[in-house]
Design a protein around this ligand. Structure first.
Ligand code: AMP
Length: 280
């Protein structure tokens, strides 16, 4: 079963009706690919109702970023969701508000801002990005009232930030981090991959290959720091680092999970990827 709501009012009426049902949320900006759909499939297995939200959130784009040109493909997205909903045993709901005012009514003047963990990596390159993300996700949580929330490891720092927001504000929502879905060559799927030319798509493999090599060195207890240092002579890296996966701090003797994380620029497209490594 699939239900589609394009206004806040209609969604809220529906939400009242389902009362205590177990609800999962999958927040997205649309232009769906197998990465997004893997989150939805997991939510459908674990909840009575799964709400996939589709909203290109202006607040998380910087002034010179691609808000206006971000691919908006609602009809195709709904077709993809319908294919999955068709065989699912639980209910699928698409909440795709067409009006920005449904999410940010006129006079909206609140920002949710997680400090600390947002200041490095992506935050250093996109200073207003995470405030936009936490504000919209909080707003969507308050509309959808989910028990479970599904996010992709692809945006690793986003996972750390949202988890922290849920903990700090005691929202009582389970945070579920889902694995990265890649194409057959190893490139992490992303809506922005379509900005790449054929050649750039091949060149982009440097990102996943480098992270894999660093993971290898890490597991061999080899000197991965010098390797990273060498890599960074290629100025297309915005950053490349190994950090404690729990809070993105520098690894220390107590760290048991590390993240190898990098962003590589291909023309004007920034490609994100990471690998989580358990260490003994
Ligand atoms: P977006 O529409 O780009 O904001 O992404 C919506 C959700 O899908 C986020 O939680 C992303 O981390 C997740 N996502 C995007 N790409 C992938 C991928 N390749 N594998 C798994 N999850 C992904």
């Amino acid at each position: 079963m699939i239900k589609i709501f394009t206004t806040l009012k209609d969604f809220q009426d529906y939400r009242k009706n389902i009362g205590n049902a177990k609800v999962g949320i999958v927040p997205t900006m649309g232009n769906l690919h197998e990465g997004h759909l893997s989150l939805l499939k997991c939510s459908l297995d674990e909840n009575d109702v799964s709400v996939i939200t589709i909203f290109v959130n202006p607040k998380q784009f910087g002034p010179n970023e691609d808000f206006n040109t971000y691919p908006r493909t609602l009809d195709q997205d709904i077709a993809k969701i319908s294919n999955i909903a068709f065989t699912a045993k639980s209910e699928t709901v698409v909440f795709a508000p067409t009006s920005i005012e449904d999410i940010y009514p006129s006079g909206f003047n609140t920002t949710i801002s997680v400090k600390g963990v947002t200041s490095k990596l992506e935050g250093a390159f996109r200073p207003t990005h995470f405030d936009g993300v936490t504000t919209v996700v909080y707003r969507l949580f308050s509309i959808v009232k989910p028990q479970n929330a599904y996010f992709g490891q692809k945006d690793f720092q986003q996972c750390v930030v949202i988890k922290k927001m849920i903990e700090d504000l005691d929202l009582g929502i389970n945070f579920i981090r889902m694995p990265i879905i890649r194409n057959s060559e190893g490139l992490a799927l992303s809506s922005r991959n379509q900005y790449l030319s054929e050649k750039e798509r091949v060149d982009a493999l440097i990102l996943s290959r480098t992270l894999k090599q660093i993971e290898h060195l890490l597991l061999q207890k080899d000197d991965y720091r010098s390797y990273i240092h060498e890599c960074l002579s290629d100025k297309n890296w915005d950053y490349l680092d190994v950090l404690d996966a729990s809070d993105l701090s520098e690894p220390n003797e107590k760290s048991h999970e590390l993240v190898v994380i990098g962003t590589y620029r291909m023309g004007s497209t920034r490609l994100l990827d990471n690998r989580v490594v358990s260490i003994l």
